[in-house]
Design a protein around this ligand. Structure first.
Ligand code: FES
Length: 172
């Protein structure tokens, strides 16, 4: 008689239970595969980022081209600050300009002083004339001017992706 073969199994089979039985070797094999797939999943998750696989990788930013209203919405000889757009709308008679609020020194937001009729930077004291030209402080150049046009509906439309020379103005 040969040696008796001994099978490894969980006790539940012997006891006539309904539980699934598995050998230690099979258990370790399954655990190994589970670890392998978990590592692959973690790697792919890192690669595509959470939800990255399902969504395009784009930045959602507001359009650089936007309407700010009709000319009559701006008082004659006024400077209107559009904080959310970081723009000054400067009206002098029938002339309109769109000037950036971003200081040309280190990028602080300049403010318009009604009393002095100039733009002043609160950070390091740069000063700009009403037309955006710098005349004091560390700012190395004038404020940026952006393209402004009148659309078919009679609204002023500014495009901050298009810089224009300082002397450019929209006459309405
Ligand atoms: S950031 Fe405006 S003067 Fe420095």
């Amino acid at each position: 008689m040969g040696p008796k073969e001994k099978k490894e199994s969980c006790g539940s089979e012997k006891e006539g239970g309904i539980w699934f039985t598995i050998s230690r070797r099979n258990f370790l094999t399954l655990a190994g595969w589970a670890l392998f797939f978990a590592a692959i999943g973690a790697y792919l998750g890192e690669l595509f980022g959470y939800k990255g696989f399902f969504y395009p990788k784009v930045l959602f930013e507001p359009s650089p081209k936007f309407a700010v209203g009709e000319p009559k919405d701006f008082l004659p000889d006024s400077v209107t600050t559009l904080k959310s757009r970081k723009i000054f709308v400067v009206r002098d008679g029938d002339s309109f300009k769109a000037i950036s609020v971003v200081c040309q020194h280190l990028g602080c937001a300049v403010e318009f002083s009604k009393e002095k009729n100039i733009f002043e930077c609160p950070c390091h004291g740069s000063k700009y004339y009403r037309n955006g030209v710098n005349f004091a402080g560390p700012a190395p150049r004038p404020l940026d001017h952006f393209q402004m046009v009148l659309d078919d509906n009679g609204r002023l439309v500014i495009d901050t992706s298009v810089k224009v020379p300082l002397e450019t103005e929209l006459i309405v």
